[in-house]
Design a protein around this ligand. Structure first.
Ligand SMILES: Nc1ncnc2c1ncn2[C@@H]1O[C@H](COP(=O)(O)OP(=O)(O)OP(=O)(O)O)[C@@H](O)[C@H]1O
Ligand SMILES: [Mg+2]
Length: 252
């Protein structure tokens, strides 16, 4: 495939004795949306967290194989993990703003990365909020607590927070599953905008959503990558019967 941003090669992941990801190999294409689908417990979140080494802190967790980002295996001993996490930002199922002002939520990542220039911070905060399509709704109340925002706004705020440190990849774990249809639509539209600048990987349980927003779809089952293709093919003529059964809701 052309324009590969992330190359996953023979990747295995274990939580203690539990072997959760099994020999996963896939190429993730830059500036596209890659959807990850599969039954609960199949390893989708583990896979997503493996891409920015968020699983590192879990006791007994062990990764084998390679995840190559911009030509470097992020599991190499001499890799800068902080830089990996800057490059691959994450958005979670439940929006999790900090108990701080809207402004400080976005500025936080910059400040912990040592940025002190106030003018630059202001510029990044505005840019990130604009990119996350929430600027117009918050520009008049940047000093208000983030908890005063609606659920859908909080989720877009969290997307803005992920964008503030200028990542290249945005990992999204069911980012719209706690939102109502209107807020979901906003997040979906936003994802279409974001892929122009970022490589997006999104876990979703919603098959219609996967079909709508992802360019590529990967189907996982029990830790294995069962099938991976262009979304239109996955949803119309998947190669494996089990993929078809899952997509059409016959199980899972
Ligand atoms: N911190 C952990 N410690 C031990 N086992 C874990 C941990 N996190 C996940 N697991 C196990 O790893 C397997 C995969 O979990 P994971 O959260 O990746 O699944 P998932 O596909 O995201 O599921 P869901 O759709 O329910 O979110 C499960 O069997 C789970 O119990
Ligand atoms: Mg999950």
């Amino acid at each position: 495939m052309n324009n590969v941003k992330i190359k996953v090669e023979d990747f295995n992941f274990h939580y203690g004795k539990t072997h959760v990801l099994k020999k996963v190999s896939m190429d993730i294409v830059a500036n596209k949306v890659t959807g990850i689908i599969g039954p609960s417990g199949c390893g989708k979140s583990t896979f997503l967290r493996s891409i920015n080494r968020m699983n590192d802190t879990i006791l007994g967790a062990k990764a084998e194989g390679r995840i190559i980002l911009d030509g470097r295996n992020i599991y190499d001993d001499d890799i800068d993990v902080v830089e990996v996490r800057r490059k691959a930002g994450m958005v979670f199922q439940k929006s999790n703003p900090f108990p701080k002002s809207i402004f400080d939520n976005i500025a936080y990542g910059l400040r912990i990365n040592g940025v002190k220039d106030k003018y630059y911070i202001h510029e990044r905060v505005e840019k990130s909020l604009r990119d996350a399509a929430i600027w117009d709704e918050v520009k008049g109340r940047l000093n208000k607590n983030a908890f005063e925002l609606s659920g859908g706004q909080q989720q877009r705020l969290c997307i803005a927070r992920a964008l503030a440190v200028e990542p290249e990849i945005v990992l999204m774990d069911e980012p719209a599953s706690a939102l109502d249809p209107t807020a979901t639509l906003k997040v979906e539209e936003l994802i279409q905008e974001l892929k122009k600048k970022y490589t997006i990987i999104i876990v979703t349980h919603n098959m219609q959503q996967a079909a709508r927003i992802s360019d590529f779809t990967a189907f996982f089952m029990m830790g294995e990558l069962v099938e991976y293709d262009v979304t239109s093919i996955m949803f119309t003529k998947p190669v494996k019967k089990i993929t078809e059964d899952y997509i059409t809701g016959r199980f899972g």
